[in-house]
Design a protein around this ligand. Structure first.
Ligand code: URA
Length: 201
């Protein structure tokens, strides 16, 4: 079994935090094992929890539209979340849950080796940007090590608040150029050499 498949199997068995007890099933993520782009959301919602697949509800439909706007489909990207089991009633993930689940995300990143990680929302943004507001830094790429991180608002925010919709659409349209320019993005100032632990821990 390929490395990534084995990892997915392990995530399905995960009991590293309390969330497996209330979830229907884990949502490890999906996409090509050699994807250049990885999209990282927050955690499974109702539909994802039922189907075991990421972004299959309303936010997922918007994500499909956003990908189509840059001539991509889900088959071109690896999609996952910082949390692999649905929190009860879609509450925010707790710091210890984020810490426990980081174990899996790090291994996914290590195996897939994406060139670009698009963070969707404030939780996955913490992988590369801490102590800053998403309103200030969305749409601004940052290179850490070999990976460019690109923070965007979560598609669900765009569904609930129309003013975010334009921002999400505009940020998505920047991605093709970022991919083209990848090697030209400076590893800015005092960035650490490796992504930091989530600042919420
Ligand atoms: N929201 C997320 O952050 N992830 C999903 O998989 C679905 C909705």
């Amino acid at each position: 079994m390929a490395d990534l498949d084995r990892l997915v199997e392990q995530i399905h068995q995960c009991q590293r935090c309390r969330l497996y007890k209330t979830a229907t099933m884990a949502v490890p993520g999906e996409g090509p094992a050699d994807a250049d782009i990885m999209l990282i959301g927050e955690g499974p919602g109702f539909h994802e929890d039922q189907q075991g697949r990421p972004f299959v509800g309303a936010a997922g439909h918007l994500l499909d539209e956003l990908l189509a706007s840059i001539n991509m489909t889900r088959k071109d990207v690896y999609i996952t979340n910082v949390i692999k089991h649905r929190p009860p009633n879609n509450r925010d993930p707790m710091p210890d849950e984020l810490g426990a689940c980081r174990f899996w995300l790090d291994q996914q990143i290590e195996r897939i080796k994406p060139k670009l990680i698009v963070t969707l929302g404030r939780f996955s943004m913490q992988l590369a940007f801490s102590g800053v507001s998403i309103s200030r830094i969305h749409g601004t790429p940052k290179k850490i090590g070999d990976i460019v991180y690109f923070p965007m608002f979560h598609p669900a925010a765009a569904l609930h608040q129309p003013r975010y919709r334009t921002l999400v659409e505009q940020d998505m349209l920047k991605i093709p150029q970022i991919l083209a320019d990848l090697i030209d993005i400076d590893p800015g100032g005092d960035d650490p050499a490796q992504p930091q632990q989530l600042s919420l821990l």
